[in-house]
Design a protein around this ligand. Structure first.
Ligand code: GDP
Length: 471
């Protein structure tokens, strides 16, 4: 990929819209656009200052293609750091293509996916982890993933890594300096201070590594397994939750008929509801495979919702109790929410009996709670949402701690920690400076991978290929 030419791409989604934005970036951006832009004002576009907008026509010889607004960003004060012009035109696909084709005829090259952001990175407008956050931001579908991407884009995570890297680099240089004075047996790098730094780095790395689990869950949606037999009202319940949130329902590709996932956003947090077949004892081979699957799905979930029919409780309460015990024994850490659905079918007296029955089953209030609900009338649905949100470790969202969501960063952090642990071992064993220096350099390498001080073309290619064209 050449990086000193001028590129063009549509920055808005393809298809018709009220307006569309065609983006041009590179050393000749203004030189190429100016002759094609007949401004209403007298001053040519090339002479306009940065961060200004101009009304005019895009012309191809005698022909006027569209009336547009041209935004001018002069290097280095643009997203890419290069000379940039953005043409806001009328959003017809025909106009968009005419303008883009014209620009290509006049010397622009069609941009590759993510090339604008790649250029921003190469021109030091942002570091690599910030550039990656741009893609996450574009893909964010709920408040939680949006907030995490925003935080990363603003550089919270990079700053933390960068600071530690600099301190570590400082010690590495001091230790390497000692090597030049080997005969004199001097210590430039104060070992106690160094030990202190190593332990601080370990703490930060561990926290960031731990945050990945939370980050991943928040990014992809919190998995909730719904255990319940056919006809207890699973679909009705999911619809009741959905209707209020007006969220998108989607079947996740690759899920089989007995495990269908519905995604929705509740209170700004994404949830994935995993439908399971229930765990009723059976001799039937096919059904027992279903039970095995249900347990697998429970294993992957953060929260289990055990859904039972309130009108069945009197006759089958003891079976429900056994099943719930089974789940609790098998997954001692997992919170279970017991929901008695269809309470609208019960009389006052039956309701009282149901309550006292459920009190007994969910006596360990830490782990299991019960909830009376009617998916049909909507009773208890709000309470269910509140409870689900309570289960989520929203602490991570509320405080400003950095959360790692990118698996590439996660892998680099793990490797960095491994090397830092070696440095600690080396310090404890009074290892000589030259050996210590090797492990420190390795750790520095992994820090650099995150922020992009250390990259290679394959890595950059991989990262930016996942962007959309025009970003
Ligand atoms: P699923 O097989 O678990 O998905 O169950 P459905 O959602 O298809 O519900 C089975 C039947 O129970 C349907 O006829 C629903 O209308 C009914 N149903 C579901 N929830 C309630 C409820 O809260 N009250 C009443 N009375 N009926 C319900």
């Amino acid at each position: 990929m050449k990086l000193n030419d001028t590129i063009v791409a549509l920055a808005t989604p393809s298809g018709a819209g009220a307006i569309a934005v065609v983006r041009v970036s590179g050393p000749d951006a203004l030189k190429i656009v100016a002759p094609l832009f007949k401004a209403k004002s007298k001053k040519p576009l090339e002479e306009q200052p940065t961060h200004t907008i101009h009304l005019g026509n895009v012309i191809d010889g005698e022909r006027t293609i569209d009336e547009v607004l041209a935004s001018v960003f002069r290097s280095p004060r643009s997203y890419t750091g290069e000379e940039t012009v953005e043409l806001s035109c009328h959003g017809s696909p025909y106009i968009q293509q005419e303008i883009i084709q014209l620009l290509i005829r006049k010397g622009c090259r069609s941009a590759e996916a993510g090339e604008f952001t790649l250029r921003a990175f190469l021109n030091a407008k942002m570091d690599l982890s910030q550039a990656e956050a741009v893609a996450d931001l574009i893909n964010s579908e709920n408040a939680a993933s949006h907030q995490m991407a925003m935080q990363q884009m603003r550089g919270g995570f990079s700053n933390e890594i960068q600071k530690l890297r600099e301190e570590l680099l400082n010690f590495a240089s001091l230790i390497e300096l000692e090597l030049d004075f080997a005969e004199e047996d001097v210590e430039f790098a104060n070992r106690d201070q160094f030990r202190d730094l190593v332990s601080r780095i370990q703490t930060v790395l561990k926290r960031l590594i731990d945050s990945f689990a939370t980050g991943n869950v928040l990014k992809n949606g919190i998995p909730v397994a719904i255990v319940g037999e056919p006809n207890v009202g699973k679909s009705t319940l999911l619809n009741a939750l959905l209707n209020e949130e007006r969220a998108i329902v989607s079947d996740i590709a690759g899920t089989t008929r007995d495990t269908i996932e519905d995604e929705m956003s509740i209170g700004g947090v994404g949830f994935r509801f995993i439908d399971t077949a229930g765990i009723r004892e059976t001799k039937d081979v096919v059904e027992s495979i279903g039970i095995k699957k249900t347990f697998e799905k429970i294993g992957q979930a953060q929260v289990v919702v055990y859904l039972l029919g309130a009108d069945q409780f009197q006759a089958q309460g003891s079976r429900f109790k056994i099943e719930i015990e089974k789940i609790k024994n098998r997954f001692p850490q997992k919170p279970i929410l017991i929901i008695a659905n269809k309470v609208d079918r019960l009389s006052e007296e039956e309701l009282e009996n149901l309550k006292s029955g459920l009190e007994v089953i969910s006596n360990d209030s830490e782990r299991s709670q019960y909830l009376l609900l009617s998916a049909k009338t909507g009773t208890g649905v709000e309470e269910l949402k509140d409870k689900l949100l309570d289960y989520v470790n929203t602490g991570a969202l509320r405080n400003s701690d950095t959360i790692v969501t990118n698996s590439r960063h996660y892998a680099a952090l793990l490797k960095a920690l491994e090397e830092i642990n070696k440095v600690e071992d080396g310090l404890n064993a009074d290892l000589s400076g030259d050996l210590l220096a090797i492990d420190i350099r390795q750790a520095l390498h992994h820090f650099g991978e995150i922020t992009g001080e250390i990259t290679n073309d394959d890595l950059l290619g991989n990262i930016f290929a996942n962007f959309c064209i025009g970003k």
